[in-house]
Design a protein. Structure first.
Length: 224
């Protein structure tokens, strides 16, 4: 697939078939992700691929703690509540998804949707992306792992695999750290839920909108 088409076509997948994903295919996708650029070629990233029993335990404990009202335990700094245009965009995509699922007017089902996020949308695989703790203060390292994660989701899409980058899935990061065996010298940045898309799952067809180029790009020094 041509790059522009691949980047434009990819979308987050939140409903998966139960079929497992071959380890060799995941390795291939990670190998492509590792070709991403990084500052001074430091390659500060690691990918912990979790499936089966350990992933079930992560889902269960993450969800239980979130349902019990436990505070978020993330390992990176987060902006807790969006405002202004950022809040508007957050609400827009949420309602696009709720409308697709026919749950916009159903408070209980919207709550259930949130729980699905904490369960990593029941994907058969979760890839936890980390950076070396020694680079914790380097904002650049987070840019680096972001570049690799984008390459990863594109490489997956090209192979018919769906993904959603899923902060909710690591809301209780100590749980993820324990069950995925993540060493102390790494920081959990995010996770990517992955699997074969369920074609019948309506939210998988949702195409999120983007701000036009004229509002995000500023061209300086051009003749016209
Ligand atoms: C860092 C990051 C964290 C995300 N966390 C979640 C999440 O917890 N739950 C979710 O449903 N989507 C999550 N997403 C997916 C975004 O909602 C999605 O990328 C955005 O709405 C654009 O849609 P698209 O991926 O279909 O283009 C996350 C995306 C990123 C980049």
């Amino acid at each position: 697939m041509e790059l522009a088409e691949l980047v434009r076509q990819r979308r987050s997948i939140r409903g998966y078939r139960r079929e497992p994903v071959p380890k060799a295919l995941i390795r291939e996708v990670i190998e492509i992700a590792s070709a991403a650029p990084s500052s001074m070629n430091t390659q500060p990233w690691h990918f912990h691929v979790v499936t089966g029993e350990p992933l079930e335990r992560i889902r269960q404990e993450n969800t239980e703690l979130m349902m019990a009202g436990a505070p978020l335990r993330r390992e990176i700094r987060l902006h807790r509540k969006y405002e202004g245009v950022h809040r508007d965009r957050q609400v827009d995509i949420a309602y696009q998804l709720f409308d697709a699922m026919g749950i916009s007017d159903d408070r209980e089902m919207r709550q259930d949707w949130m729980m699905r996020g904490f369960r990593q949308f029941d994907a058969p695989v979760s890839i936890v992306a980390t950076i070396d703790r020694s680079l914790e203060e380097s904002t650049v390292a987070y840019l680096d792992v972001g570049a690799a994660v984008h390459a990863l989701v594109l490489a997956a899409w090209e192979r018919g695999l769906g993904t959603v980058i899923n902060g909710q899935g690591i809301s209780q990061s100590p749980v993820v750290r324990a069950h995925a065996g993540i060493p102390d010298d790494e920081i959990i940045v995010t996770c990517v839920a992955m699997g074969w898309p369920d074609e019948a799952f309506a939210a998988n067809d949702v195409k999120s909108t983007r701000v036009p180029v004229d509002r995000i790009a500023n061209f300086v020094g051009f003749d016209e």
